[in-house]
Design a protein around this ligand. Structure first.
Ligand SMILES: [Zn+2]
Length: 288
């Protein structure tokens, strides 16, 4: 067994025995890792994390040569998102991120951009108040994207009362979730096709115009292909432009409510098609 070190997000945990846990971790270095933490339920152990969902930690683990669970030997708390606990929609969105990482990736299939996007999303969701719109439409893009995690002395703390609803937090949550889904789809090789027909590949003359869209086909459809696809639906030019901007990382969460709703109706089913089922948390995220 080789000893490995990794930065990890806890995406699932299961009690294994009186003292041990099986935990599913999405690591920056190795992708998804499932490991047994012996003594992981004891207060005093090599693990100073309780393996709470969405905790970021530095781990050491022994990698099993074949099949069996890896063995976690050390876990050190790196970052938590306490503000998520104070906003229920944001917490559900965080659990949704964890579900896509746990169920939508393969063991030992690393995706660094996906890991970084997950941490950035959890930070954005954990903000007690959504960022105010910046002048000149800079929005979220005005923030410096950092992949460096703060050290343990710099945990974010919030003094907000429990579940305070900040104005506009719904829009911030939907925008952050949509942007994360697009990274997830891209990393898995299923970015929605927006500039050409997902059926026949013919390029769209005006990519900003309204078009038919199919979650199962994975993008827009030309007038010839559209009628043959059962789950086709109309998509406005504004929604398709928003998808393109979100995918490029340039759009803030300040989408018009109607566009935001439409983007959710396009992306949620697309994620479901790629995952092979509707994510359990998707209804909590989209409220339906
Ligand atoms: Zn076509």
């Amino acid at each position: 067994m080789a000893a490995e070190r990794a930065l990890a997000i806890v995406v699932r945990g299961t009690d294994w025995s009186e003292t041990s846990r099986i935990t599913t971790l999405f690591t920056r270095e190795f992708g998804k890792v499932r490991a047994l933490a012996k003594g992981g339920r004891r207060l005093k152990s090599n693990f100073d994390v309780a393996f709470d969902l969405l905790t970021v930690c530095q781990i050491m683990f022994l990698r099993k040569a074949s099949g069996g669970l890896d063995l976690l030997t050390e876990a050190r708390l790196e970052e938590q998102f306490p503000a998520l606990r104070q906003n229920l929609p944001a917490l559900y969105a965080g659990y949704y991120v964890a579900e896509l990482l746990a169920d939508g990736t393969q063991d030992y299939d690393p995706h660094v951009p996906l890991f970084d996007a997950a941490v950035e999303t959890l930070r954005a969701l954990g903000s007690p108040t959504p960022p105010a719109p910046l002048p000149e439409g800079k929005g979220e893009s005005g923030r410096v994207a950092s992949t460096d995690l703060p050290d343990a002395s710099k945990f974010r703390r919030s003094v907000s009362p429990p579940f305070r609803e900040a104005p506009g937090v719904g829009s911030s949550t939907a925008g952050a979730v949509s942007a994360f889904e697009l990274v997830w789809l891209h990393e898995l090789g299923y970015s929605p096709r927006l500039d050409a027909c997902a059926g026949c590949g013919i390029e769209r003359v005006n990519p900003s115009a309204a078009a038919l869209y199919s979650p199962s086909a994975g993008g827009v459809l030309c007038p010839q292909c559209g009628p043959a696809v059962a789950d086709r639906r109309g998509a406005s030019g504004a929604a398709l432009s928003a998808l393109r901007a979100l995918g490029a990382g340039g759009a803030g969460p300040e989408l018009a409510p109607a566009v935001r709703t439409e983007v959710r109706h396009l992306l949620g089913p697309t994620v479901s098609c790629v995952l092979g089922r509707r994510p359990r948390l998707l209804g909590y995220v989209d409220g339906g």
